[in-house]
Write a protein that binds this ligand. Structure first.
Ligand SMILES: Nc1ncnc2c1ncn2[C@@H]1O[C@H](COP(=O)(O)OP(=O)(O)OP(=O)(O)O)[C@@H](O)[C@H]1O
Length: 188
């Protein structure tokens, strides 16, 4: 059973406590929406949830693989989109998932275009496709709506809802309003 639980987490950055006493218990289908001004620790919280940053206090229980989608796209700019996504899918053992993931975010027709030629929003959609194709049950999305047009934001909301309906868990850090039904709201 997938689960992500943070228990009384404190986050220290550069010798300063950004937040403390933060608890979240997300079971299958759950979502959390993290908001707050610049620099309050939203990205740091996602990194703690991913296991990439050690909290100054508290504990993290993660049952299920986590995918962190952050600013750095991690897609080879010189490769055509399909191959750039394929590189990750091979590592994840999920080569078969690429075509459907590209179709999910409406970029199937860009499969042969080098990543460096994609627009900001297309690149963001490619990142979402990478997250979908990876198959991890726990999604940690850092500003996923940045650069997306209104229609793509709606699509993102639907894809997150589908992921949760299938038993997935999501934490989204965002400055933009995003519709996540029944999500726990965390303000930093
Ligand atoms: N590696 C680091 N070493 C020291 N301080 C850091 C490090 N990474 C981030 N910080 C500091 O931690 C604070 C929180 O950063 P973080 O990126 O988590 O904030 P955020 O809430 O996601 O901000 P934004 O809304 O601008 O994306 C910032 O003051 C930042 O300068």
């Amino acid at each position: 059973m997938n689960r992500l639980a943070l228990d009384r987490i404190a986050c220290m950055r550069g010798g300063r406590i950004l937040f403390e006493g933060l608890s979240l218990d997300l079971n299958e289908g759950a979502g959390a929406l993290v908001t707050g001004p610049n620099g309050t620790g939203k990205s740091s919280l996602l990194r703690i949830a991913a296991g990439l940053l050690t909290p100054a206090a508290g504990s993290v229980v993660r049952d299920g693989d986590a995918a962190l989608m952050a600013e750095a796209a991690g897609l080879d700019p010189e490769r055509p989109l399909r191959e750039a996504l394929g590189w990750w899918a091979r590592i994840d053992g999920r080569r078969d998932a690429i075509e459907a993931a590209m179709a999910d975010v409406g970029i199937a027709d860009l499969a042969d275009i080098p990543v460096r030629l994609l627009s900001t929003g297309q690149r963001r959609r490619a990142q979402i496709a990478r997250t979908i194709a990876g198959g991890a049950p726990i999604w940690l999305l850092d500003e996923p709506a940045n650069g997306l047009d209104a229609a793509s934001v709606g699509l993102l909301e639907q894809l997150i809802a589908r992921h949760r309906a299938g038993g997935g868990i999501v934490i989204v850090a965002t400055h933009q309003p995003l519709g996540l039904d029944g999500a726990v709201e965390v303000t930093l």
